[in-house]
Each structure stands twice: as structure tokens, then as C-alpha cells.
Design a protein around this ligand. Structure first.
Ligand code: ADP
Ligand code: MG
Length: 342
């Protein structure tokens, strides 16, 4: 076969294979877009585990009519212009791939209105040749994205969808992770028209603690030490559980870098080591930790899903986190259970 350039839809579907694994990955991308647009209220409606419908509605700054079609194009982004921007990224998105990928494997509708526009506009695409149609619509300032019949044109992917319950559980977890990191944003999540979660925006430390408790459980917060640890441009905050509040599974382990949830070996190892003398091998520490650092010192463009990062000075980061936690564990003033040292 002669070399040919792939038609856009096929190229997008191939890219979708990396970013859109299941309904929960669509939800993640859409909610991150809402956050990047400065939304303070985000409503997520799911039907049948996301297989039939995923709708994300926000009150962010919207997309101007002239840019609607472009928003669905591949490598189209408003978030970076040049390599310098990429190296100092603070937005959650930057690859300009999510909407192109998602719209290539679903029946996709985006409705948006900016504050400057008196009316909203809607763009529709359904997998075809990425042709789009634009028409007037009714919508307050902000954006609603509807993703219907995910994978309708990629049966091989559709076959991998699990039960509605399982897919919804993944979506629920995505929203928990994001809600932990964005306390000032209100999130609501419904499944088959039933409200399942409501995280009201937290305006002070007490309300923020309530959100953490709603997501991680009261017993986590009652057994957690607050972390507030700084060194030059590094800042670590959040909560780590007392050593006696250990988990048989690694299921309460949330770490963020500049507001983005990540799974990182350096961070995980530093935490594990800080707990080293307290934990048996089959026990796991529970934590919600936020690391802030100069975006120039970390590479987030490691993988399309952006779950991984690379620190330029990983040793420094490791020791900083380790010290912060050890310090908290040693100086805690909460009543420790007597004679519980291992
Ligand atoms: P990326 O987020 O990497 O830029 P996306 O494909 O997710 O790429 O989105 C493409 C562009 O569409 C974004 O850069 C942004 O300008 C616009 N956009 C997408 N979702 C929203 C939203 N909810 N509100 C405002 N603008 C949005
Ligand atoms: Mg995006």
C-alpha cells in the first residue's frame, strides 16, 4: 500500500484510543475544560454509565461563535502558543486533542455563549468526516457539552465497556479526585436523572474540611494531620493520616501537582518512606497531598492522559515531601492511641 495521510476522522479516532478509554475519561477531559474556562459551577449528568449520554454543563467563559468549529479540530487549543508556554503550563489542558478525539467517536454537541454574545451557538458533529454544523441555541454564559452514544462507530471499543454500574463508579471517582483539588467549585453529579453527589463550593477552611470528609470519610479527617510545608519555591499542603489509620489497600491516596491529580513514583516513594517505620508491607498510608512548584520545574507532557509528570529535580522533590511528612508525623499533637508502635 502506498503511503497516505490519514483522513481527519481516522486520525482523531486513533488519538481517541489514547485519551478516551471509557466514559470516565470523557468526563475527566470535559470537566478539566470547564475548570480551565474558570467555571465555578459544573453539572455532570450521566445516563447508562455514560454509554448513552454524558453531559457537562458549566458557567465558565464560553467559546465565541467564531471559534466553535475550531474547538473540535485536532491540535486546536487556546491554552498555549509556543514552547515556552508548554514549559510553564498551569492549565489542565494544552494538547488540543480531547474534543477532536471525543467528537470522532460519539454524537457530539457543544453549546456555548460568551459574556459578549447576546445569544448562544451550537455545534454538532457525529463522527463523520468531522464536518460540523453551527446553529443558534439558547444557553446562559458558559458551555454545555453532550456526548451521546460513545463509541457508536467504533464497535471494538464499545465492547470493552463494563456494566453501567462499573462505568459510573469510575466517573464518580474522577469527580471525587477533581472535587478534592477544587474546593471553590460546586460539582453536581447525576446518574439516570437521579442526583448522586453534590459538592457545594467551600469558602473557608471548615467547609473545605467538610468536603474532604464527604469524599474521604469522617474517620480519615479525624485521624489526619494537616500538612503545611514550604521550602523556597516548593509548597506541600493537605492531610496525611496518622500511622494507626492505615489501609489494607492503596485506595485513599490522592496526590496532586499544581492542581493536577498524578500518579508519580517519586511522590509515592517519598510518602512510603516517611511512613516506613510505622507500616507493614501490606499496609498503605492514606493521604490527600497537594504539591505546588514552579511549572518550569516539572514536565506534564509525558503521556496523553497527563497522569504522569517528570520533575527536573526529582531528588529535591523527594526529600522535600519526605521531610514534610516525617515532620508532621513526629510533631503531631493529636492523641495517639497508647502502645501502638510497631
Ligand atoms: P485543550 O483543553 O487541550 O486545549 P480540548 O480539545 O479539550 O483541548 O479543547 C479545545 C479548546 O476548546 C480549548 O483550548 C478551549 O479553548 C475550548 N474549550 C473546550 N471546552 C471548553 C469549555 N467548557 N469552556 C470554554 N472553552 C472550552
Ligand atoms: Mg481539554
Amino acid at each position: 500500500m502506498a503511503i497516505q495521510i490519514l483522513p481527519p476522522q481516522l486520525a482523531n479516532q486513533i488519538a481517541a484510543g489514547e485519551v478516551v478509554e471509557r466514559p470516565a475519561s470523557v468526563v475527566k477531559e470535559l470537566v478539566e475544560n470547564s475548570l480551565d474556562a474558570g467555571a465555578t459551577r459544573i453539572q455532570i449528568d450521566i445516563e447508562q454509565g455514560g454509554a448513552s449520554l454524558i453531559r457537562v454543563r458549566d458557567n465558565g467563559f464560553g467559546i465565541p461563535k467564531t471559534e466553535l468549529a475550531l474547538a473540535l479540530a485536532r491540535h486546536a487549543t487556546s491554552k498555549i502558543l509556543c514552547l515556552e508556554d508548554l514549559e510553564a503550563i498551569l492549565s489542565l489542558g494544552f494538547r488540543g486533542e480531547a474534543l477532536a478525539s471525543i467528537s470522532s467517536v460519539s454524537r457530539f454537541t457543544l453549546t456555548s455563549r460568551t459574556a459578549e454574545q447576546s445569544e448562544a451557538w451550537q455545534v454538532y458533529a457525529q463522527g463523520r468526516d468531522m464536518e460540523t454544523t453551527i446553529q443558534p441555541a439558547s444557553h446562559p454564559v458558559g458551555t454545555t457539552v453532550e456526548v451521546a452514544n460513545l463509541f457508536f462507530n467504533t464497535p471494538a471499543r464499545r465492547k470493552f465497556l463494563r456494566t453501567d454500574k462499573t462505568e459510573f463508579a469510575h466517573i464518580d471517582e474522577v469527580i471525587r479526585r477533581i472535587a478534592l483539588a477544587k474546593p471553590h467549585v460546586t460539582f453536581s453529579l447525576s446518574h439516570n436523572n437521579k442526583l448522586i453527589r453534590q459538592y457545594k463550593n467551600a469558602n473557608n477552611a471548615e467547609q473545605q474540611l467538610k468536603r474532604i470528609a464527604a469524599i474521604c470519610g469522617n474517620d480519615f479527617i479525624q485521624n489526619a494531620l494537616h500538612i503545611d510545608w514550604k521550602h523556597e519555591e516548593l509548597y506541600l499542603s493537605g492531610w496525611v493520616a496518622l500511622p494507626q489509620f492505615t489501609r489494607p489497600q492503596n485506595d485513599l491516596a490522592y496526590s496532586y501537582v499544581n492542581g493536577r491529580m498524578v500518579r508519580d513514583k517519586v511522590i509515592t516513594h517519598a510518602i512510603r518512606q516517611a511512613y516506613n517505620e510505622y507500616l507493614h508491607t501490606e499496609q498503605y498510608p492514606a493521604f490527600v497531598l497537594f504539591l505546588e512548584l514552579n511549572p518550569n520545574d516539572v514536565d506534564v507532557n509525558v503521556h496523553p492522559t497527563k497522569h504522569e509528570v517528570r520533575f527536573h529535580q526529582s531528588r529535591l522533590i523527594h526529600d522535600f515531601i519526605y521531610q514534610g511528612i516525617v515532620n508532621a508525623l513526629q510533631t503531631d499533637d493529636l492523641p495517639l492511641e497508647p502502645s501502638h508502635s510497631s
